[in-house]
Design a protein around this ligand. Structure first.
Ligand SMILES: Cc1cc2nc3c(=O)[nH]c(=O)nc-3n(C[C@H](O)[C@H](O)[C@H](O)COP(=O)(O)OP(=O)(O)OC[C@H]3O[C@@H](n4cnc5c(N)ncnc54)[C@H](O)[C@@H]3O)c2cc1C
Length: 453
């Protein structure tokens, strides 16, 4: 045990349980300084929903640390100045952190490492398997998810350290802001596990209900995984694979790892299509269309419901994310990167790897992506996954009086039924589909076919 304190720098791992950085520090040091650094670049990029959720988690972490006799020490960034200054002022002998695959985070770690004189111990407490741990026989990251998943299931996990008796200490610190409005979910790891426990009552139905935005068919744990109030390893272990619902759920958490591994391999996942032929795509600079999409005024009720929920709550059901994204890219032929940025700003669970990866999946530009010719019909998808129109009714109240199936396509037959005020569809899906197919084919012919499906 070292007498000099260790600094634990919290970032996307806002928990004490099953946190390798925290456990390693408490095992090696009698006292531990827990800190969080405000990064203006990250805070400015986040919607109020995400900031409020972050503040709620930080306040809860601080309160847990205070119950143990310490506190969360908050400092202003940039971290390359804040962390070395903290190390020096408290005489720490090491820094502990959980790393992340995003280019911002990697560059920040390099800068902090260069400016800090004590050792930095880095762990991967934000994913189940760290990037590079699940490889094909040729030693590469599989570009297809299913073989990756098979490897992910059988690869032994890198052991995480056991915790020790080191105690958190209190230092003078800035206040953590109060959320300006109640966060979407109660803050802290205890509340996160309460959510997970409730989810365990429903998880066996996941395989049947997961595509239904009108039901409580998914876990709503994405923001807890993003902020690290839940450890992905513990979550997977608690869920297990004893039913088809549980297996399907664990598979989704493995997708999360896959995209993190992909981002570690391809730091340009957000700005660049993985399939090079799509660099030649001719996207339409349709500002009115983009604006209608952002405001939930496209005239396609399921898309409008999703986009309104995104802005109002900072969260959307996964199937609806897919339909909103597909509409932007394949009905409006607007560059997926514009949508990715809009989602990334608003989503509470926004995560560069997950968001960019899924946008590339929808656009067909990514690895193992939806084929370019798969173009979701928003109306039939709506009928299938929100069969009674309950989800639409919740977010598009002007359609609330309409029954299914009219609610899915209120302009069918020439105008919104019963004088309802709702925009006419901004594109004709059938015509847009043909136009999009032609644009994709043109881009694909720009390069000799390169692993494209
Ligand atoms: C266009 C688009 C953008 C997205 N952006 C994000 C994002 O920024 N952050 C994010 O966490 N997820 C993102 N997703 C993935 C997915 O939609 C959400 O993780 C999921 O809907 C969150 O709800 P849940 O926790 O109830 O999920 P559940 O269905 O309960 O799934 C359990 C967990 O598995 C993971 N997961 C589920 N689906 C996916 C997926 N397709 N890819 C990666 N991980 C998945 C999530 O961590 C999720 O919490 C995006 C999907 C699309 C189509």
């Amino acid at each position: 045990m070292q007498d000099a304190p260790g600094v634990v720098w919290f970032r996307r791992d806002l928990r004490l349980a099953d946190n390798p950085a925290w456990d390693a520090a408490t095992a090696a040091h009698r006292s531990v300084v827990a800190c969080f650094v405000w990064e203006p670049a990250l805070l400015d990029a986040a919607s109020a929903h995400r900031r409020n959720q972050l503040f709620a988690h930080l306040r809860a972490l601080d309160s847990t640390l205070r119950s143990l006799g310490g506190a969360l020490v908050v400092r202003n960034g940039p971290a390359a100045a804040a962390i070395p200054a903290l190390v020096e002022s408290c005489g720490a002998s090491a820094v502990y952190l959980n790393t992340d695959a995003s280019p911002f985070s990697r560059a920040r770690d390099i800068a902090v490492h260069a400016a800090t004189e004590v050792p930095m111990h880095r762990f991967w407490g934000t994913v189940a398997h760290e990037p590079g741990a699940v490889l094909t026989q040729r030693g590469t990251l599989s570009q297809v998810f299913t073989p990756f998943f098979r490897g992910w299931q059988t690869t032994p996990r890198t052991p995480w350290p056991d915790g020790g008796n080191g105690r958190p200490v209190e230092l003078s610190t800035d206040d953590i802001p109060k959320p300006s409005e109640p966060p979407r979910q109660a803050g802290g790891e205890k509340a996160a596990w309460e959510r997970a426990r409730r989810w365990l009552e429903d998880v066996d139905r996941y395989a049947d209900d997961r595509d239904r935005p009108d039901l409580h068919g998914t876990s709503h744990l994405s923001a807890d995984l993003k902020f690290g109030t839940i450890s992905p390893r513990t979550l997977i272990d608690v869920v297990g694979e004893s039913s088809t619902g549980r297996t399907a759920f664990v598979r989704q958490v493995a997708w999360r790892d896959w995209w993190a591994h992909m981002l570690a391999e391809r730091p340009d996942l957000a700005p660049s299509p993985v399939r090079p032929e799509y660099s030649a795509m001719t996207w339409i600079d349709d500002r009115q269309g983009f604006d209608a999409w952002c405001r939930g005024q496209t005239g396609y009720p399921i898309v409008d419901a999703g986009m309104r929920q995104l802005v109002a709550e900072g969260w959307i059901h996964g199937r609806v994310r897919m339909l909103c994204a597909s509409f932007l890219v394949k009905d409006l032929l607007i560059d997926w990167r514009k949508g990715e940025q809009f989602f990334r700003h608003h989503l509470i669970d926004a995560d560069l790897a997950q968001n960019a990866g899924n946008w590339q999946w929808v656009a067909g530009t990514g690895p193992d992506a939806a084929p370019y010719f798969r173009i979701f019909n928003p109306t039939t998808q709506s009928m299938k996954f929100d069969p009674h129109g309950d989800y639409i009714r919740l977010w598009v109240p002007e359609l609330a009086s309409l029954a299914a199936p009219v609610i899915h396509d209120p302009w069918k037959g020439g105008g919104p039924a019963h004088g309802v005020k709702y925009p006419a569809p901004i594109v004709d899906h059938a015509a847009a589909r043909l136009h999009t197919l032609a644009a994709y084919k043109t881009a694909r012919s720009s390069l000799p076919a390169q692993g494209a499906s």
